[in-house]
Write a protein that binds this ligand. Structure first.
Ligand code: GUN
Ligand code: FE
Length: 422
């Protein structure tokens, strides 16, 4: 068990904070480490008088962060200077992704990627691979070796893509099914059917992906939607009969629970209703949207529609693996078009969106993203004194919201003192 300050969330998304808390973990029936008890030190210690206690007073235990959308093969694409999404894909991203047909290269990048997630306190991620099956095997093997809860899949892109990343319709679907059967549900791993986005998949490939999503009902689906104006216009030309960009995915059977759509910026109210009704979730990627100039996610409209959403880095369109940078960027994005007074998003809301909220969006609520009895023991130990400025600042905070805001604004990977995974 661990004695420290502890942050978790209740069913109403409200933060629950113990200044002097105790977290007891132990094996469940399958031998996986799960939370046995959590609460204030005196109360929990009375119920578990014999468990040894590691004393981390002065530190803060919080749920491991959940990244709803990231591209591990774009680890080396961060910061590529391009004039918006489509030139960025054509000039930097597609050429770089061609390298992932090489399994050894893919594994070396995957290992670096998982080390970087760990350094930043991210314990679960829904991740794009590339169109090469070798890139999927490399990521799953690296995640399995680390015991992580992790989802990825082979990118489907059979048109409007250059040689070296373009795949072939029928073979791409055979490869997807083979990878589902090999990896989905093994240890803590899950498969994600991964059409890159509507412009780079034929209608046949999208329909085939939808058929696999129906056949394997608990696999994930991930793609991009409504990120950039030029992209939205292009989809209108390619799919003139669709009701909207999001409607293209609906028509193919790709909108359901465990379907995660990155960006969701240029949606209308009909699209937002479709998101809510289908149970799909948006991955909000603020550092990417600011970097590529894509636009501003409308948090108020998403809330009004009752859409599921959570935060994501979208590296390498995104600029950082750090959840602190992503939460701060989300706060800035929320300022855009803000109509009501006060903060755009409160610090505890931002934190929820990158932990319990993101896990809920992924359909992993009850498993990860929070620290309640029965949850898998994925957590971080944060040092609020990690830098001179943070130490000075956090000593002067008078409330949980002030403490969390100081960490969001000033924090980076130096704050992540330890990461525990179940
Ligand atoms: N749309 C299609 N592919 C991509 C990608 O790799 N990154 C982002 N941000 N958007 C995309
Ligand atoms: Fe992306």
């Amino acid at each position: 068990s661990y004695r420290a300050a502890i942050l978790r969330f209740d069913a109403d998304r409200q933060p629950v904070y113990e200044a002097d808390g105790l977290l007891v973990i132990g094996p469940d029936a399958n031998g996986r480490q799960v939370v046995q008890a959590v609460g204030d030190h005196a109360g929990v210690a009375r119920r578990f008088p014999d468990v040894p206690v590691e004393d981390w007073r002065g530190k803060l235990i919080a749920p491991g962060f959940v990244d709803m959308h990231v591209h591990y093969p774009q680890t080396d694409v961060i910061g590529a200077p391009a004039d918006g999404l489509l030139p960025w894909l054509e000039n930097y991203t597609f050429p770089h992704e061609t390298r992932f047909h090489d399994a050894a290269y893919a594994r070396s990048v995957a290992d670096f990627f998982f080390d970087e997630l760990q350094r930043n306190g991210v314990t679960t991620a829904l991740t794009f691979a590339t169109s090469h099956p070798a890139s999927v095997n490399a990521a799953f093997e690296a995640a399995q070796a680390r015991g992580l809860r992790f989802m990825t899949g082979k990118v489907l892109q059979d048109r409007n893509s250059p040689d070296g990343v373009r795949d072939e319709t029928e073979q791409s679907l055979i490869d997807t099914e083979t990878l589902i059967q090999r990896w989905h549900g093994v240890d803590r791993l899950g498969y994600a059917i991964t059409p890159r986005f509507a412009p780079t998949s034929s209608p046949e490939q999208l329909r085939g992906a939808g058929a696999l999503a129906a056949k394997y009902g608990d696999v994930w689906i991930q793609s991009h939607v409504a990120e950039n104006h030029d992209e939205v216009r292009w989809v209108g030309e390619l799919f003139p009969d669709a009701s909207s960009y999001l409607g293209v995915y609906g028509d193919a059977g790709l909108l359901r629970r465990r379907a995660v759509y990155a960006h969701c910026i240029h949606l209308d109210s009909g699209d937002r209703a479709l998101m809510r009704e289908s149970g799909a979730a948006a991955a909000v990627c603020p550092t990417s949207n600011l970097f590529l100039g894509s636009g501003f996610f409308d948090f108020a409209a998403a809330d009004a529609a009752g859409m599921r959403y959570g935060l994501a880095s979208d590296v390498g369109g995104g600029t950082s693996f750090s959840p602190f940078k992503t939460m701060l960027a989300a706060y800035y994005v929320g300022r855009e078009g803000q109509t009501k007074p006060g903060l755009s998003l409160t610090p505890s809301q931002l934190w929820w969106q990158h932990t319990a909220g993101a896990a809920d969006g992924l359909g992993l609520g009850g498993l990860v993203g929070n620290l309640l009895p029965g949850y898998e023991a994925d957590f971080v130990v944060l040092n609020p004194q990690a830098t001179p400025l943070l130490a000075r600042k956090t000593q002067q905070t008078n409330s949980l919201e002030e403490l969390l805001f100081a960490l969001i604004v000033l924090g980076d990977e130096r704050v992540i003192e330890r990461v525990h995974t179940a």
